[in-house]
Design a protein around this ligand. Sequence first.
Ligand code: OSB
Ligand code: MG
Length: 371
Amino acid sequence: MRLASVRLDEVDLPLVEPFETSFGVEHQRRFLLVRAETKDGEVGWGECAAAVDPLYSSESVATARWMIVERLIPLLFRLRDPTPEAFSQAAGRFRGHRMAKAALEIALQDLRARTLGRSLSKALGGHRSRIRVGVSVGIQPSVPKLVDRVGRYLEAGYGRVKLKVRPGWDARPVGAVRREYPDLELWVDANQAYPIGAGDRIRAWAEKYGVAQVEQPFAERAVRAHAELARGARFRVCLDESIVDGPSLEDALGARAVTSLNVKVARVGGLGVGISLARHAARNGVPSWVGGMLESGVGRAHNVALASTPPFVLSSDLSASDRYYREDITDPPFVLGPGSTLAVPRGPGIGVEVMERTLRKHRRSSRTFRQ
Ligand code: OSB
Ligand code: MG
């Protein structure tokens, strides 16, 4: 595989509705899109999940752009055989910048799968033709609006709901949703919003309202606080932001601070690492699922392929295209099927095509780098 060029676009895609978390509100998603082309004209796509502001993690569109343009593309062009593994290994000499690294790693994964004429799912060892999914529901302006929003997602066919929570938006909204939907599989995600010491209060409402999983209540580094919450809990304690690599997973497993693992391709730096982390968690009795970052169809297709591989056993945060965007940049759209599932595309690579005309409509800039 010889690379000819890498194109980096910056895209603004309006969300169907604002998405609010404990760290802020997003009305549209601005992201970097990678298009890597080989000398034979084969193309692979990647998406960078970093947002405009460094709120979820320390990366942003600007830091990712700098990293990709100034360091990772030059590094990629120096590789004799640019496989995803060779790229990840070479990029490993730079610390952090995992979302930037992931954008290129996943483009190379797509490219290799297409070159082999296989679906990305198959190339990664996927064995599922459909994956179970749920929907992540942002903080709403009021409790009745939340109950109504959840109701509409249930009507649309979602079988599992994750509510974004934060101090002041927890027991009341979670209780209201539980009363309205007694049998619903309910998860919550705080994105690090609670002080360590809030564990007893979280435990009280989570157990009272039958929450099956509490995701990342405390800070990224707060291994002990998560372990204390997990001890004897009737819900799983899921880690998202805390797990960025092998050692952070090892520490969390050793401390019994994690009983469910959210694997985000972007957060861990690529599909290769994502699979190995989930395998390692599974060997230690901890189930994994694939988390989302409101990706466009490109990033979501990568996430769907990942979720089709054996270690991912819980429902993933991968909803249908129309839950995120009125007009996505890929075709065909992801649609919700029976049993709250998405079909895993069977075509070569990520199995969806980027619609260049739609992309151009939403593109703010585009730069092509040639080998
Ligand atoms: O913590 O899972 C999260 C979106 C942006 C940043 C962080 C998170 C999320 C989500 C969205 O929950 C899940 C999705 O893409 O459907
Ligand atoms: Mg999360």
